[in-house]
Each structure stands twice: as C-alpha cells, then as structure tokens.
Write a protein that binds this ligand. Structure first.
Ligand SMILES: Nc1ncnc2c1ncn2[C@@H]1O[C@H](COP(=O)(O)OP(=O)(O)OP(=O)(O)O)[C@@H](O)[C@H]1O
Ligand SMILES: O=P(O)(O)O[C@@H]1[C@H](O)[C@H](O)[C@@H](OP(=O)(O)O)[C@H](OP(=O)(O)O)[C@H]1O
Length: 304
C-alpha cells in the first residue's frame, strides 16, 4: 500500500488530489515521471548514472539507489502512471531534521527554452541563488517532543541574506531551534553533525573533490539534502548525519567541461558550514562548549 511521505520538505507534493511522490513500507520512494521532458530527462540520468562504471562507490553513495520505473496508482487519482522507483531516504528515520538546498547560482541549463530560462533567472535573482550560489528550497527542523517539527512556509526563507541563511544552518544543529527567529541557537550538535571524519562537512568535501574532476554531468537545479536525527544526537547515539543529491530533472551531459555552476555553489555551502564549526560567534556559549564536548565523547565512543 503506497502512502504520502511523512518528511517531504520541498517540490511537488501529493495530497489534496495533487500529483506527488509516494512511499511504500519497504523503503522505496515513487516519484511520478514529470511532464515537459523533466521526467524523461530524470529517468535518462538515473539510467546513465546507475550503469556508469566511472562513478566511484564513495560518490555513488551520495545518490539514492535507483530501481527502474513502475506503473503505480498516481496520488492525483489519474490512475496507473509511470514512476521512478528510488530509495526512500527517510526509511527508518524517526524524527529527521532535513534541509533541501538547491545548488548553483544558475538553475537552468543552456538547452532549456527561453521562457523557462526567463522564469528561472527571475527566481534565481529574487532568491539567494545568485548572491550565495545556493538557496534553501525547503526544510524541517525537529524541535522537541512537545513542539514537533518546525517547517515554515517555503517562500519565507528562500531570499534571506547570508547571515540569516547561516542562522538557519546553525538552528538546524541546535538543541534550542524553535520557530521563534529571535532565539539564539546553541549549536550543541554542530560538531557531531557537521564536524568529525564522517560528518556533513567531510561528506560535502568528498563530493566537492569529485566535482573538481568530473565532466560527465552538469547538474542544474539539483539539491543537496542534509539529514540527521536530533533525538539520537541528544541521547548520545550516532545522529545518522548524511547528505544525498536529489532532483535530476535538469541534468545534462557535461561534454568534458567541469560543472562550475554546481561546484561554485557547493564551495559556498561548504564555507558556510565550516564557518559554523570554526567561528562560534553566532552560537550561545552556555550550552555549547560543555554540550559539544559531551556529545563528541558519546559519538566517538560509538554509543549508538
Ligand atoms: N529518494 C527520496 N527519498 C525521500 N525523500 C525524497 C527523495 N527524493 C526527494 N525527496 C523529498 O522530496 C522533495 C522533492 O524532491 P524533488 O526535488 O526530487 O521533487 P520535484 O517535484 O522534482 O521538485 P521541484 O518541484 O523542486 O523540481 C525533497 O525536498 C525531499 O524532501
Ligand atoms: O522544474 P520546474 O518544474 O521548473 O520546478 C520548479 C523548480 O524546481 C524551482 O526551482 C522550484 O523552486 P524552489 O524549489 O526553489 O521552490 C519550483 O518550485 P515552486 O513551484 O514551489 O516555486 C519548481 O516548481
């Protein structure tokens, strides 16, 4: 039995008779093949990527597994429709904090139509894409048992200036991340989620090293998803901090050219996250140093 995913933070969503992705209870995510060539383009990417022997395994792990296509009952009631069958990245996650970050100052490919380029260019200019090289496309931050998730309306954060984007990236890894924008984040999980040899920063650096070399694909409008479990982190367990790349409706062949647009955006995101780890100015001090240390010890001891 397919159902609407619990933790989708951006993109077209199922529900209220609309077309959107569905999940099953065995860990698969069914994304409807979108119209206007988006669906066929994304399928072409997954088909090419999954059979490409030049992709190293340590890079492949940053992409959802691909299980082909399947006709399933679409969420909008339009009957059996083709869907991409992907790994459900939230399978077995409990209360995941998630950020969908659209990478690149340019979200359109040169192959796109003039109208589409115009639409994207406008949005890139109006949001943080152009000034920062990425924009927050959607997020949910788990607050606590009483308050549940903080999942603000998407347009409310897509055009924020750099310091407020950094504030949200701090809130993502704070024990006191409440919907109230005035609360100063404690960043108590920064070191175990962003830092460390297996943390988000080191995963992003690994991805960046590949982008410095690879000329196979150009990724326009794709996102990096950052995910982790705050409750695990609070209880001294591994926070399951992971990055994954998603949304390949606008990926094209690289034809021997570096993907400067994606690489530039990735470098910018990396700078934001590394500054959170190295410059603690934006975090409260009471909680942080003691909590960071405590969590680091738990994590390094592998008490999962
Ligand atoms: N494999 C996956 N497993 C779990 N969740 C996913 C997966 N892929 C995407 N999502 C969720 O769905 C959201 C939208 O995904 P995606 O960007 O692929 O859809 P889209 O409809 O093409 O988006 P857009 O309208 O921005 O082009 C993501 O923000 C994420 O929350
Ligand atoms: O490929 P398409 O069909 O052009 O899809 C749009 C594209 O992914 C935009 O980047 C996205 O904006 P954000 O992800 O930045 O919000 C927009 O969402 P929107 O319709 O909610 O604006 C989508 O509709």
């Amino acid at each position: 039995m397919l159902k609407v995913p619990n933790h989708q933070v951006a993109g077209h969503q199922a529900g209220d008779g609309k077309l959107g992705p569905l999940v099953d209870d065995s860990g698969r995510f069914y994304k409807p093949l979108q119209g206007n060539k988006r669906g066929s383009n994304e399928l072409a990417f997954y088909t090419s990527f999954s059979s490409n022997t030049r992709i190293p395994d340590h890079i492949r792990r940053f992409f959802p597994n691909f299980y082909g296509t399947q006709l399933v009952e679409a969420s909008d009631g339009s009957g059996l429709q083709p869907h991409l069958v992907l790994q459900d990245l939230n399978f077995r996650r409990v209360k995941p904090s998630i950020m969908d970050i659209k990478i690149g100052s340019r979200t359109w490919a040169p192959q796109a139509s003039e109208d589409y380029i115009h639409k994207c260019l406008k949005k890139d200019r109006e949001t943080s894409s152009l000034p920062l090289g990425f924009r927050l496309s959607g997020f949910q931050i788990y607050q606590n048992r009483e308050l549940g998730f903080w999942k603000p309306e998407r347009t409310s954060f897509q055009s924020l200036p750099a310091d407020e984007v950094k504030l949200l990236l701090r809130k993502l890894v704070s024990s006191n991340a409440y919907a109230n924008l005035d609360s100063k984040p404690d960043c108590s999980f920064a070191s175990i989620v962003y830092g460390g040899s297996t943390g988000i920063l080191s995963q992003l650096l690994e991805l960046k090293a590949w982008f410095e070399d690879q000329t196979i694909y150009h990724f326009y409008s794709s996102s990096v998803l950052i995910m982790y479990e705050k409750e695990f982190a609070s209880n001294g367990k591994s926070p399951r901090a992971e990055i994954k790349l998603i949304d390949f409706a606008h990926v094209y062949e690289g034809q021997g050219v570096i993907d400067h647009n994606f690489l530039g955006g990735l470098c910018s995101l990396i700078k934001f996250i590394s500054e959170i780890l190295t410059i603690p100015d934006g975090c409260t001090t009471e909680a942080s140093s003691k909590d960071i240390e405590k969590n680091q010890i738990y994590f390094e001891n592998g008490t999962t």
